[in-house]
Design a protein around this ligand. Structure first.
Ligand code: ADP
Ligand code: MG
Length: 242
């Protein structure tokens, strides 16, 4: 297993954002994470990347415990994430933004630049490399978010709602980009609300609701699971954009 989430709990004061969650991630796959708003999906990404220290449990990456380590150590070990709310360095160019990721593993300017250009090519932003990031539209910013993460040359890439707000055409394009990254040898975990997209990407899905793992399995299995249906359409915890 590339990644093992073992009984992870995360409390924010009195709120339990993740409660005893366990699952494994097989190397080379694309794992989907779904669940209503507030389920703890983004928190899980923060726990894996070390920005949100866990309260209890253990996270193991390539056989080594990473929970308790600092975000930069985890990035160097080979885990990168994108953020749900895109955060480009607005006044820097697209290339310079991607280079920030490139410097994770390369101190040489030219090397970082080369890795950044390759990441921009993968997401189809090469022609925008000299554009100032704040001039990019949402679809382009989402791609840049992925390129920044990809330029750290991760073994595991965590994508947090990279398709939210995109047009149908852009969603289809993004699905292809994610498949291409996966085919290049990067294991991927995607948080996504757009079911068609997640179904075409993932053979395996983990469902979170109110901080608990309520189901896990093939897309058709989880979509027919009564607890999953209740979590999405029940009176409590319903989610309009799901
Ligand atoms: P999701 O990504 O599934 O929509 P989140 O992981 O963002 O959900 O949030 C899970 C729960 O944890 C929510 O109730 C949210 O308000 C809470 N939460 C997330 N981050 C923090 C934080 N830094 N401090 C306090 N509460 C937080
Ligand atoms: Mg979220």
């Amino acid at each position: 297993m590339l990644l093992q989430i073992e009984s992870v709990t995360k409390r924010f004061g009195g709120l339990c954002a993740l409660s005893d969650v366990s699952f494994d991630l097989e190397e080379g796959t694309i794992l989907g994470i779904i669940g209503p708003n507030g389920a703890g999906k983004s928190t899980m990404f923060g726990c894996i990347t070390g920005s949100t220290p866990i309260s209890d449990g253990k996270i193991v990456f390539q056989g080594r415990q990473i929970s308790g380590k600092k975000p930069h150590q985890i990035a160097k070990a080979g885990i990168a994430r994108s953020y749900q709310i895109v955060q480009p360095f607005g006044n820097m160019t697209t290339l310079q933004n991607a280079m920030v990721g490139g410097f994770c593993k390369h101190s040489d300017y030219k090397d970082a630049e080369q890795i950044a250009i390759s990441a921009l090519k993968t997401v189809g932003l090469e022609n925008k490399k000299d554009s100032v990031a704040k001039t990019l539209n949402l679809g382009e910013r989402k791609k840049l978010e992925i390129a920044k993460a990809l330029a750290t040359q991760p073994k595991l890439l965590l994508l947090d709602e990279v398709m939210a707000g995109l047009t149908t055409q852009e969603v289809m394009e993004m699905v292809q980009i994610i498949k291409k990254i996966n085919a290049s040898g990067v294991t991927i975990m995607v948080i996504e609300h757009i079911m068609e997209a997640i179904m075409s990407l993932s053979k395996h899905i983990v469902v979170l609701s109110f901080g608990k793992k309520i189901a896990e399995g093939a897309p058709n299995e989880v979509s027919e699971n009564q607890q999953v249906i209740d979590a999405y359409f029940g009176i409590e915890g319903g989610d309009e954009d799901a």
